[in-house]
Design a protein around this ligand. Structure first.
Ligand code: BGC
Length: 519
């Protein structure tokens, strides 16, 4: 079989057609509903206790930290109250050994240390003043003055957490390669506050926020027009979405004995963190190639986050790596075999180094996928250069690069079409498209827009990710061409930091009311 035909066969394995999309949307709606009713379902549908989205007039100085998949970010955010904000931030890569540390304390102590470093660098007066007063604390110090010195911090913690209050939440499970058994079931806010207090920092963990909730809040604060954002979605290292749900649909909330019940129900809505990374863990509708099967088997969390393992940045490079290795093992095909190239340098032969990352788990970064799908250079030079640089495959031929590009594009396209399932189902669930019924062909106005905020390396950097998602959205009958046009998708850059600050603001106001009432 020619290399081209073989690559087309492999690319074909990643086909996810319109029928697949429609079936998956149906199943997604069913699982959303299950999750709203009870615990222990594939999609956790976690109530967040956040019952309103901002409108851009919020003001004040807040802190936020963000433990995502790859980095830990600390920021202070000044909300100007006119839909704009300024942000100061520092970012540290999370050391690999802490992701699987024996105890949670090691990870959280590291996080507190970063907060301390940030305060010293960017808010030193505040920090020094607090430390001074702490040292000379007199028994009759005025707690009210102390109060004003404290930074309210929004803690963006991008893992599934059973939230039992605005700043209380028990870790359900780790994802994205983290694995610290000791932390599961513990309140992650308390873990962080303990380490903050150990360093005597003037910081109170005021709100616990999933990054998708932060993205939703931030997009709502900054987005044009008066329509509140419906959905905040992340397509980065991991994937997930949070959306505005009718409070009356969140039936499991009222039966949750542990919930402290302090939320404002006047809006009749609540933001729900879907944890859609675990959509269809039972593999009823998700496409499943041999590469997906093996990737899952050899992951730290087999059987869970099955949707995430087909959609998000942590996994796409690994899927592609496995597909390429599969093709390489097929002796009837000449991949990197240097035999049929017309443009390859005749005097060199293709060589794969013995220790090539191609043969190592996680050896291929998802950024390679973006690069390969987007390479339109003459002779696919960019792909060939990075095959050499990233995978130590020297002198690959044009045919090799074409085969790699074809498969990379198929993996990326499948991810984008799966992403559309999640966005499409959420839009259908919201009923927001129904407001147009009978208005077919009529003029669209601002109120007809369904606003979606997105963030993450895939939506930001993968070529045509949004266009491919939109193609699949049009294939969902409840959306169609007309509905797809009404869905406005905008990047909410730094969303999780700003969003966490916005939630910390709401939480600190609520705290004040409670304190005043108990005075
Ligand atoms: C986590 C989510 C998070 C998403 C995006 C997933 O692995 O379970 O909580 O929102 O990654 O960061």
């Amino acid at each position: 079989m020619s290399l081209k035909e073989a690559a087309e066969r492999v690319a074909g394995e990643f086909e996810f057609d319109g029928e697949g999309v429609r079936k998956a949307v149906k199943e997604f709606l069913k699982e959303m509903d299950d999750g709203l009713q009870k615990d222990g379902t594939y999609m956790s549908q976690i109530p967040t206790y956040v019952t309103a989205v901002p409108n851009g007039t919020e003001k004040g100085l807040y802190m936020a930290v963000d433990l995502g998949g790859t980095n830990f970010r600390v920021c202070s955010i000044n909300l100007h109250g006119d839909t704009t904000f300024s942000l100061t931030q520092s970012k540290t890569k999370i050391p690999k050994e802490l992701m699987t540390a024996p105890t949670a304390q090691e990870l959280f102590a590291f996080l507190a240390k970063q907060i301390e470093g940030f305060l010293k660098e960017h808010h030193n007066e505040h920090y020094e003043g607090h430390i001074r007063r702490h040292k000379h604390k007199t028994p009759n110090a005025n707690p009210a003055t102390d109060e004003t010195e404290i930074f309210n911090l929004g803690f963006t913690f991008s893992f599934p957490v059973n939230q039992i209050g605005i700043n209380r939440g028990l870790l359900m499970r780790w994802t994205k390669g983290f694995d610290i058994a000791d932390a599961v079931g513990k309140d992650v806010c308390a873990l962080l506050q303990t380490e903050i207090d150990r360093l005597h920092l003037p910081v109170r963990v005021a709100a616990l926020v999933n990054d998708t909730v932060g993205t939703l809040m931030a997009r709502s604060y900054t987005s044009p027009g008066k329509t509140g954002t419906l959905l905040g979605a992340i397509f980065g290292t991991g994937t997930n979405g949070a959306y505005v749900e009718k409070l009356s649909n969140v039936t499991k909330l009222t039966s949750n004995k542990e919930a402290d019940g302090t939320y404002d129900n006047s809006t009749g809505e609540m933001i729900v963190n879907t944890e859609w990374g675990s959509f269809d863990n039972g593999l009823e509708v998700l496409p499943n190639t041999p590469y997906d099967v093996d990737l899952d088997k050899e992951s730290v969390n087999p059987g869970i986050q099955m949707f995430e393992k087909r959609v998000s940045g942590m996994f796409l490079g690994e899927i592609l790596r496995r597909a390429i290795v599969g093709l390489l093992k097929d002796k009837s095909v000449s991949l990197f075999g240097d035999s049929d190239s017309s443009v390859n340098d005749l005097h060199t032969t293709t060589n794969i180094a013995k220790d090539s990352a191609l043969f190592k788990q996680w050896g291929l970064d998802t950024s390679f996928l973006s690069l390969a799908s987007g390479d339109n250079s003459a002779g696919l030079k960019i792909i060939r250069q990075s095959l050499s640089k990233e995978l130590s495959i020297s002198s690959s031929s044009l045919e090799d690069a074409e085969a790699v590009k074809l498969i990379a594009a198929a993996v990326g396209r499948r991810a984008a079409r799966l992403a559309a399932v999640a966005i499409g189902a959420t839009v259908v669930q919201s009923g927001r498209l129904n407001s147009m019924e009978g208005k077919e062909g009529g003029e669209l106005d601002e109120r007809d827009v369904v606003d979606v905020g997105v963030d993450g390396s895939l939506v930001e950097f993968y070529p045509d990710f949004e266009a491919m998602m939109r193609g699949a959205l049009r294939e969902v009958p409840e959306i169609g061409e007309a509905g797809e046009k009404r869905i406005r998708i905008g990047i909410a850059k730094d969303g999780s930091g700003v969003g966490a600050a916005l939630i910390a603001l709401v939480a600190s106001k609520e705290l004040k009311v409670v304190e005043e009432e108990s005075d």
